[in-house]
Design a protein around this ligand. Structure first.
Ligand SMILES: Cc1cc2nc3c(=O)[nH]c(=O)nc-3n(C[C@H](O)[C@H](O)[C@H](O)COP(=O)(O)OP(=O)(O)OC[C@H]3O[C@@H](n4cnc5c(N)ncnc54)[C@H](O)[C@@H]3O)c2cc1C
Length: 503
């Protein structure tokens, strides 16, 4: 129990509550956004509650961005079934949602016999799981695909159905599509307690109470404590950390595939991702959880540099533009804390209360599958009909650099804001930023604009455009510039005139 007094609410109490839902989704990460979108496929009134001022600010914003082909997972597991079907339909999903996807394929490589055995085991797994086009490659074949790898690479495992996506763009698109199909999103709404009520649950935020007939708990790092607001603990989350580097787009083309390195010694190898935006992502490491949330670890970053020298020595590390930290939610069964749960942990404490606890890799790949699974369970509990008006299509926002010069000219003639460049590194215009603020759910922070448009993610990391973005946010939101946070409450950049430190 969470310490909240247990009380069963009656129909009379329920009648007094402001809003009633058929289903409430807790948490606005990738899993919550896709659960809400999947609920919109049924005739249900559904809402998503998110603590923060924006969606996709948790694990979904700090991960490796890979769509996995599905050869890592044990044959017969839910994870492998979902991952294989997800990777084979990912391009279609991204087309529906107007999300950029790079189907670049992946290459797992090794430098000796131990690694080779791992590759062969994964090849066998992949075959049993139904992964398409898997191939074991010789050194020459590997170097033909990735000529910049260390030349004594031993062998490789190629998977064409792998790729990379921008995780928060995917979550944003799913949320927008859910809203367009009748879903609701309540931001700044932390679920602080849940109690049983006749026919469902009373969900409490700091300022209000809501009735719902079903709950889908997608609270990420807090999914265990949300579940324990009402049910006895059975799975807990142990956290661990990871660190990453990002290289500038000047390195575009240096690698062509997602590269996984299987080391000869025990420990974690290197992962390299040629991102959709043209950067190279390096990481993650694995180390004990840091107290500072999403902080990076210096020793982990040193480890990454060392691995780069061993695997791809000519990678120009002078083009590193950023590092960032990630947190892994490792699910463990209560009572056997030393044992990790390897499959997806979908806890159905009751047929109308489903929790996704500690969903790590490949949670991004399988977000749509997990959303459909949970929504189906809830819809069947509610006896809900299919929503025949559901449209899976989301209109992508304008990206000026994707337009032909004729279309760009036409757009700028009709709306000159698309002619005013704000982000010099990426050529992002005032029009694109305003659209990111006005679309629902819209950006309210500097990082919210970054996640939607790519501002502040180029070589200057916001040195030139942050001030202009703050001004645009302030103007659009009717706020003072000192009220615009970088990322979450309290992270203000501009100080009120006359204010001193600590005031
Ligand atoms: C290091 C790392 C690398 C990964 N790489 C990959 C990869 O390459 N490919 C892949 O397929 N998968 C990958 N994954 C997995 C994938 O990123 C996750 O499965 C996915 O992002 C999980 O999203 P989520 O919605 O569960 O969590 P989150 O994104 O953390 O969302 C949970 C949300 O719940 C909100 N919340 C919490 N408590 C409450 C409350 N009480 N009330 C309201 N809201 C609440 C939080 O504010 C948060 O926004 C990776 C994971 C990690 C950790």
């Amino acid at each position: 129990m969470s310490g909240i007094e247990m009380k069963r609410y009656s129909r009379h109490d329920v009648g007094l509550w402001m809003r009633k839902y058929d289903s409430i989704v807790i948490g606005g990460g990738l899993l919550g956004c896709f659960a809400l979108r999947s609920l919109a496929r049924y005739r249900v009134r559904a809402a998503l509650f998110e603590t923060r001022e924006d969606i996709c600010t948790g694990i979904s914003r700090a991960n490796t961005a890979i769509v996995y082909a599905g050869y890592d997972n044990k044959p017969g597991s839910l994870k492998s079934a979902m991952c294989v079907s997800a990777s084979q339909s990912f391009q279609k999903l991204c087309r529906e949602l107007g999300v950029r996807y790079s189907p670049c394929g992946s290459l797992m490589i090794c430098f000796g016999e131990r690694g080779e055995r791992v590759l062969q085991r994964k090849f066998g797994n992949g075959k049993s799981n139904g992964v398409r086009g898997l191939a074991l490659l010789s050194r020459e074949q590997v170097l033909e695909l990735e000529p910049n790898l260390r030349s004594d690479v031993y062998s490789g495992l190629y998977a064409p159905d792998s790729g990379t996506v921008i995780p928060w763009e995917l979550g944003q698109a799913a949320a927008e599509n859910a809203l367009n199909n009748g879903g609701e999103i309540l931001l700044n709404s932390r679920v602080a307690g849940i109690q049983r009520a006749d026919g469902g649950y009373c969900v409490m935020t700091e300022g209000a109470r809501f009735f719902t007939r079903a709950v889908i708990n997608c609270a990420g790092l807090s999914a265990d404590s949300v579940s324990e607001m009402i049910y006895a603990p059975s799975v807990r989350i142990n956290r661990s950390s990871g660190s990453y580097y990002i290289l500038d787009t000047k390195t575009r083309g240096f690698i062509r595939h997602v590269i996984f390195h299987e080391p000869e010694e025990k420990g974690k190898g290197l992962t390299l991702v040629p991102t959709v935006s043209g950067n190279i992502l390096i990481g993650p490491t694995e180390s004990p959880a840091s107290d500072d949330g999403f902080a990076v670890s210096l020793s982990d970053l040193r480890q990454l540099r060392k691995l780069v020298c061993e695997v791809i020595p000519s990678l120009p590390l002078e083009h590193i533009i950023r590092s960032f930290g990630a947190i892994r939610p490792n699910p463990v069964a209560v009572g056997s804390e030393s044992k990790s749960i390897h499959d997806f942990c979908i806890q159905e404490s009751a047929s109308n209360f489903i929790s996704l606890i500690g969903v790590k890799t490949p949670g991004l790949t399988c977000a749509d599958q997990l959303g459909r699974y949970t929504a189906e369970r809830v819809a069947s509990h509610l006896g809900a009909d299919i929503n025949t008006e559901f449209s899976p299509i989301r209109q992508a926002p304008i990206q000026i650099d994707k337009l032909s010069s004729a279309n760009r000219k036409r757009l700028v003639d009709s709306d000159p804001r698309y002619g005013r460049i704000v982000c010099r590194c990426r050529g992002i215009t005032e029009g694109e930023i305003i659209s990111a603020i006005r679309r629902m759910p819209g950006a309210v922070t500097i990082d919210g604009v970054k996640r939607r448009t790519g501002t502040c993610s180029g070589r200057c990391q916001g040195s030139f455009c942050t001030q202009r973005i703050i001004e645009l946010l302030a103007r659009e939101l009717g706020s003072d510039v000192s009220g615009i946070p970088k990322d979450g409450a309290g992270s203000y950049i501009v100080r009120k005139a006359g204010a001193r430190n600590g005031i």
